[in-house]
Design a protein. Structure first.
Length: 393
């Protein structure tokens, strides 16, 4: 009887337990994009992305349409973990929250050290962590990494995603269409009403979600934010102490339905469409351009400095407990993996420099270099880290 009442794990927890292969597939698609962009097929690769399907090009459908589904999953995971997961209490939120703030602020400041004027708009590019990539690297290490550090990294990445969503809404919004924005708000009110009236069928939520996406796209606010807004209205009912209703909650069903297509289709397609940097055709100075250096240094140095530095300060002054059975060196290794900023960083780069393909390429170059070096260093440190030295010692 007790076993029958145990609620199934969330998609995030399943991801931690064995689905991180999505991160490895994402790496393969990023590598393929780089190969295509620097091969004789480069022109065909670009042409395919600019083919129009209805009102939008293929690239726009991927970046504005399919990525709204990615943001829907992000929103569902944020909501679930905040209400009934690794972020469900203040004690669980403190350390990853402090680490996430450091991991966003320090890279942004380092980016500013290299960039002023027009290029300074890319300050948020190195502030993001790619959970699929980072957990993909951790999956290669098996039991060398304690479970507490995996949970810490996942919680940090969720808070990081929430910060990225807020940044996009506040700093990367174009001119606003008031009528369309009012229409989007009205649809959002309808979604909240469905929740309040305890409507448990997903169909009306998803149909209104499509309308919300269209109005958000037309309003000037980035359309992917409609995914997050929709996610926050999807009902999640039942608690482990009271019932097993959560096993069939709309949020649970939708989260699990989206997990595999997002991890193995949508995000890899985004990588294939956006990670193709024509390195061979870029001018030599692009390798040392302020945007390239700002992003690479922000990810490689700023991320671990912010995440590890603030985490150790929080533990030292008793503001939070260190992850169980984790050494300082392992904490540093995980902090380096936070410098893998691939998906969200690429996304913000497109928003920061929408009409500047050279700056976009420089940002992508910095993202790829910083993420690759962060992943290799983090992997190397975690392979040799001594598990017997606790971080709070």
């Amino acid at each position: 009887m007790v076993l029958s009442r145990l609620k199934p794990p969330s998609a995030l927890r399943q991801f931690l337990e064995g689905q991180s292969s999505a991160g490895l597939f994402l790496m393969a698609m990023a590598a393929l994009a780089l190969i295509l962009a620097n091969s004789p097929l480069a022109h065909d690769y670009e042409q395919i992305l600019h083919i129009h399907l209805g009102p939008l090009s293929m690239a726009h459908w991927i970046n504005d349409g399919l990525m709204a589904i990615f943001f829907l999953l992000v929103g569902l995971e944020i909501k679930r973990e905040m209400l009934d997961g690794q972020l469900s209490s203040w004690s669980r939120r403190v350390l990853p929250g402090i680490a996430a703030v450091g991991g966003m602020a320090v890279p942004a400041l380092l980016f500013y050290a290299f960039n002023t004027g027009e290029t300074a708009k890319g300050w948020a590019i190195p502030a993001a962590t790619d959970i699929a990539f980072a957990l993909g690297v951790i999956s290669l290490l098996g039991n060398r990494v304690p479970a507490s550090l995996r949970v810490f990294l996942a919680a940090l990445a969720i808070i990081d995603d929430l910060g990225a969503v807020i940044i996009i809404a506040l700093f990367y919004t174009a001119s606003i269409s008031i009528p369309d924005l009012a229409g989007a708000f009205a649809v959002l009110v309808m979604l909240v009403a469905l929740n309040r009236f305890r409507v448990r069928s997903l169909t009306p939520y998803l149909l209104l979600g499509v309308v919300l996406w269209v109005l958000t796209y037309r309003s000037g606010i980035h359309a992917t934010l409609a995914g997050v807004a929709l996610a926050l209205t999807i009902p999640m009912e039942g608690t482990p102490a009271r019932s097993d209703g959560d096993a069939t909650s709309p949020l649970h069903r939708l989260e699990h339905a989206l997990h595999l297509p997002v991890g193995f289709i949508i995000v890899p397609l985004f990588a294939l469409a956006n990670a193709g940097v024509p390195v061979l055709s870029l001018p030599a100075e692009a390798l040392a351009a302020p945007v390239t250096l700002g992003v690479a240094v922000g990810l490689l140095i700023g991320k671990p400095l912010g995440v590890f530095g603030l985490s150790m300060i929080a533990v030292r002054f008793g503001l939070a407990d260190a992850p169980a059975h984790a050494s300082r060196l392992q904490m540093l290794g995980v902090a380096l993996l936070c410098g893998i900023g691939f998906t969200m960083s690429l996304f913000i780069a497109l928003l920061a420099f929408p009409d500047a393909p050279i700056l976009q390429s420089e940002a992508k170059l910095g993202i790829l270099a910083g993420s690759l070096l962060s992943g290799l260093l983090g992997y190397g440190i975690l392979r040799v880290a001594n598990r017997e030295l606790p971080a709070q010692a």
